[in-house]
Ligand binder design. Structure first.
Ligand SMILES: Cc1cc2nc3c(=O)[nH]c(=O)nc-3n(C[C@H](O)[C@H](O)[C@H](O)COP(=O)(O)OP(=O)(O)OC[C@H]3O[C@@H](n4cnc5c(N)ncnc54)[C@H](O)[C@@H]3O)c2cc1C
Length: 380
């Protein structure tokens, strides 16, 4: 552990590791501290691994475009991310879902994303397990897909270290003096800047410096469903927009099935929600009746926490009240897929004082007190 660094990053999930990798790549001395005994043990360890450019706001689409390209490059040059570009297929049966998807696809295409509208016949041949009764169509983007979260953590860690970042685990940050002096059980670490990348711990870290960020933990549940007949071919991440259920095949066989209740309150409980399986049973028949016929073993379900914000956008920027404190938090259900962009944005903010790659205005920390929010509605 050094006693002085240019930048200290608090949190070694995908976001903190990506910030460290980009900062080190820009020639900044960076030290990452994480309370857990190993990196990537927070939300990053529990994710579905989905990556998509199919969002409804410009900033999220820009983050996805940048990140997908970076993930493709990381997979080729650094390590096996378990990246499968199966595409995301979003299905609409209801008129409102169709309208939302068509509008979003138009925005995406305008920003250079090759999202296509598929009719029910094209969908039936791409995903024969989908019930197409009453289906109006859907959107598909072939460079979407999924990756192995542990593979992404390992690749970011390896590359951050190769670029010169110092990563220290089992160090919980519980006090920071302005200026900055980060107090930890083994001594003090002085730094010119602090990056808050503490995931669901973001609010507690901000409060150490008398600030605040509205990041709340919200439980999300997943199931792995065994299916002896499904070994082999992968499928797109297939989303029933009418019910919010999404399914994909696992490379090792079976299905990963997810459903997030938009009305779930914030909380720290990570036991699987007893309401999860009944909610799936009620919704699977709409588009995925064959999956409902498979036995779901409750011990093959798990839950983790999204670091959520009120507008479903991350918070990326310098704290208005604490110069030198940069937040990179609140990535909700898209932190894995946006980690490369998040790291680049922070490195540019710290090194140049502004981002050259992104318009970060919609993500600025002050937007909540200003009441100037743009809401992302493609939240899964
Ligand atoms: C069930 C589920 C499914 C998901 N599916 C997807 C998906 O398909 N695609 C996608 O892109 N995203 C998905 N996500 C979201 C994604 O996992 C998160 O957005 C992402 O992992 C956030 O990364 P992070 O680095 O900010 O947080 P974390 O991974 O939680 O890392 C934060 C780190 O900060 C450390 N920390 C906190 N406080 C302190 C402190 N005081 N001192 C030192 N260290 C501290 C913690 O120990 C932790 O390691 C999913 C999440 C869940 C739960």
């Amino acid at each position: 552990m050094p006693d002085r660094t240019d930048v200290v990053v608090i949190g070694a999930g995908v976001i903190g590791l990506s910030c460290a990798r980009e900062l080190a790549g820009a020639g900044v001395a960076v030290t990452v501290l994480d309370a857990a005994p190993a990196v990537g043990r927070g939300s990053s360890a529990l994710a579905n691994g989905g990556i998509r450019a199919q969002f409804t706001t410009e900033v999220n689409i820009a983050f996805s475009r940048f990140s997908i390209l970076q993930l493709e490059t990381l997979e080729r040059t650094v390590g096996d991310l378990g990246l499968h570009q199966t595409g995301y297929l979003l299905l609409a049966g209801a008129e409102a879902s169709e309208r939302m998807l068509r509008e979003a696809a138009e925005l995406q295409r305008g920003l250079g994303v090759r999202t296509r509208w598929l009719d029910p016949a094209e969908i039936a041949s791409m995903v024969p397990f989908v019930r197409t009764d009453g289906l109006r169509g859907g959107t598909f983007h072939a460079r979407d897909g999924f990756l192995d979260p542990a593979g992404l953590v390992a690749a970011l860690l390896a590359d951050a270290r190769a670029k010169g970042a110092t990563i220290v685990t089992s160090v919980a940050v519980s006090a920071i003096e302005p200026g900055f002096v980060v107090r930890h059980p083994d001594g003090d670490l002085r730094a010119d800047a602090v990056v808050n990348a503490a995931g669901t711990g973001a609010r507690a870290v901000a409060r150490l410096l008398g600030s605040d960020v509205p990041v709340e933990p919200v439980r999300r549940n997943l199931a792995h469903v065994m299916d002896p007949s499904s070994a082999g071919g992968l499928t797109p991440m297939t989303v029933d927009v009418d019910t919010g259920v999404l399914v994909r095949r696992e490379p090792a066989g079976g299905w990963v099935v997810a459903y997030a209740d938009p009305d779930d309150p914030p909380g720290w409980d990570t036991a699987v929600d007893p309401a999860f399986l009944p909610a799936l049973a009620a919704r699977l028949p709409n588009r995925f009746p064959s999956i409902l016929e498979l036995p779901i073993d409750p011990s093959h379900c798990w839950a983790g926490l999204y670091p959520e914000t009120p507008d479903h956008h991350a918070i990326v920027g310098e704290d208005p009240a604490v110069p030198g404190l940069f937040h990179c938090v609140g990535f909700g259900g898209h932190g894995l897929m946006h980690a490369p962009a998040a790291g680049r944005a922070i490195a540019e903010l710290v090194a140049l004082g502004r981002s050259e790659t992104f318009d970060l205005r919609p993500l600025r920390p002050s937007r909540f007190v200003e009441g100037d929010l743009v809401v992302e509605s493609a939240v899964l």
